[in-house]
Design a protein around this ligand. Structure first.
Ligand code: LM2
Ligand code: CA
Length: 494
């Protein structure tokens, strides 16, 4: 593979502000004029009620340019205050702490109307993990009995471990046929079980959802997932959750790429530590395979999700402040995979659910007024990542750069940047002072408006709402504050 030589890099501390670099310009060309394609990005709205998502689609998510919202599971689940009750189904009625069937249907339609598709989290590997009880919509159940759906014989009873729980992730049989934390494990190879699951998914499709996150896909044989997917309409979007484990684990994310896309957990395990340390290195480029990553077209990439923000120390989450925002910006600037931005809520106890009322319904919330990451959050406060100025700006940036190639980056010390060939530039200053980066570029001369600080439509009648930068003689003059990212594109030139 031919590699371009590493660009020359100059980092000099300067005193003047970036805004001082104003200059002459050509007439304004607005970004939306030539946005040929969509952003190709989604957002996971963890534990967000349907009424709130519907509103957020109209006010925030649609205008920001997201193409998909991944919701939490929509079906009836066990009662309780923890967030993870969502992952213990007791029926496939679309009645949950997040809202009613009517509210769900209304959300799908309203989001659709502003160009945002809904991906529902489908918990189909298992049912509840408790002895019995009454679900949030009144369904009475026991561990292996769910009225009208499943009885004892529809479940695996693996007989491989003392209590039928998964103990050894190096055993494929255990991982797929035993119980994940006591959750009653469906015999997903059974035609009756498959039919029941497909009926549930078809019901969601009939309300207009575009597809599904397949929860715990690793815990189902790929043939079973495939058999279920084969019974759905061909254009159904499938996002498989197959957590990449240690290299010795027999079940790999790669095994599932025939059935749909796959969340690539390694992406953030690679990127987050570099952003934390302030020392960014290029991934493999020019079509070279990234190590330990499913192929580009199969990969769903993310900085964190509801599990990793709680359980993986190596990945950045909302508590990391600007570093977290910067990691998201770098992900959105990349040419690899389908990015899924994560938007959850603040917590100090990992089990604590989003705030719910006396009837067990999550309180509606709004992202109005949120423009970026905060220094601190009240417990339960939604982070509203989708409302950040920088994120909407980067979605516009993605629309403009399209599939332009990611060129080798330039790094010295804690400053790093790269170009998407001829279309846009992104750079980060992870140091402690204002820094200057002179990044060679094929972008035409001119003054460019930063979409990280300025957001979407940052350039109005030639006036930039954010920082601006000069490209002159094939070099981008990037002077910017510490702990920030900047990005501009071909259409943000004035
Ligand atoms: C997933 N993907 O494969 C979800 O992303 C993850 O959030 C789910 O775990 C898991 N798989 C099952 O769908 C969460 C949570 C667990 C919780 C389960 C079930 O991380 O802590 O387990 O949901 O609600 C809880 C208790 C556990 C108990 C289990 C069964 O933490 O101690 O096991 O319920 O009652 C005895
Ligand atoms: Ca299983």
């Amino acid at each position: 593979m031919i590699r371009r030589p590493l660009f020359r890099l100059i980092v000099i501390p300067v005193l003047a502000g970036a805004l001082a670099l104003s200059g002459c310009g050509t007439p304004d060309s607005s970004a939306s004029d030539s946005a040929a394609s969509g952003s190709g990005a989604g957002v996971q709205l963890f534990q967000r009620p349907w009424v709130s998502i519907a509103e957020d689609c109209e006010t925030t998510i649609g205008p920001a340019g997201f193409e998909w919202v991944l919701t939490s599971p929509p079906n009836e689940h066990i009662a309780g205050e923890q967030w993870w009750t969502s992952y213990q189904p007791v029926s496939y009625e679309l009645e949950s702490k997040l809202g009613t069937r009517e509210e769900f249907a209304d959300m799908v339609q309203r989001c659709d109307a502003v160009g945002v598709k809904i991906i529902a989290d489908a918990v189909i590997n298992h049912m509840a993990g408790i002895d019995g009880g009454t679900g949030v919509n009144g369904t009475e159940f026991t561990h292996y009995n769910y009225p009208g759906l499943y009885t004892e014989e529809d479940f695996h009873h693996c007989g491989l471990t003392e209590n039928n729980d998964i103990e050894d992730y190096s055993s494929k049989e255990q991982v797929q046929n035993c119980e994940l934390v006591n959750l009653a494990d469906l015999d997903t190879a059974s035609p009756k079980v498959q039919e029941t699951i497909v009926a549930y998914l078809d019901d969601l499709l009939s309300l207009g959802v575009a597809g599904f996150r397949i929860d715990a896909a690793k815990h189902m044989p790929v043939e079973d997932v495939q058999a279920i997917v084969d019974q759905l309409p061909e254009d159904t979007i499938i996002w498989n959750e197959v957590i990449r484990g240690s290299v010795s684990e027999p079940i790999k994310p790669e095994d599932y790429i025939e059935t749909g896309q796959v969340f690539e957990f390694q992406y953030s395990r690679d990127l987050s530590p570099m952003v934390r340390a302030g020392f960014i290195m290029d991934p493999k480029l020019d079509g070279e395979e990234r190590p330990l990553h499913v192929p580009d077209e199969s990969a769903l990439v993310f900085i964190d999700n509801h599990d990793t923000e709680r359980g993986e120390q190596s990945v950045l989450n909302y508590r990391a402040g600007a570093r977290y925002e910067i990691a998201n910006i770098l992900m959105l600037a990349d040419d690899f995979g389908t990015p899924v931005v994560y938007s959850g809520y603040a917590y100090s106890n990992t089990d604590t659910g989003a705030r719910q009322n006396a009837n067990g319904k999550i309180n509606p919330s709004s992202c109005a007024g949120v423009t970026g990451i905060k220094d601190s959050y009240r417990d339960g406060e939604f982070v509203c990542t989708e409302a950040w100025t920088s994120i909407a700006g980067m979605l516009e940036w993605r629309e403009v750069v399209g599939d332009a190639k990611r060129l080798p980056g330039m790094r010295e010390g804690k400053v790093y940047g790269f170009e998407r060939e001829g279309k846009g530039i992104v750079a980060v200053n992870l140091g402690y002072a204002i820094e200057t980066l002179e990044l060679p570029t094929s972008l035409p001369n001119g003054r460019y408006c930063d979409v990280v600080s300025g957001g979407r439509d940052a350039l109005v009648d030639g006036e930039c709402k954010g920082l601006d930068f000069i490209v002159s003689g094939g070099v981008a003059q990037l002077e910017f504050p510490p702990n920030t990212a900047i990005a501009f594109h071909a259409n943000s030139r004035s």
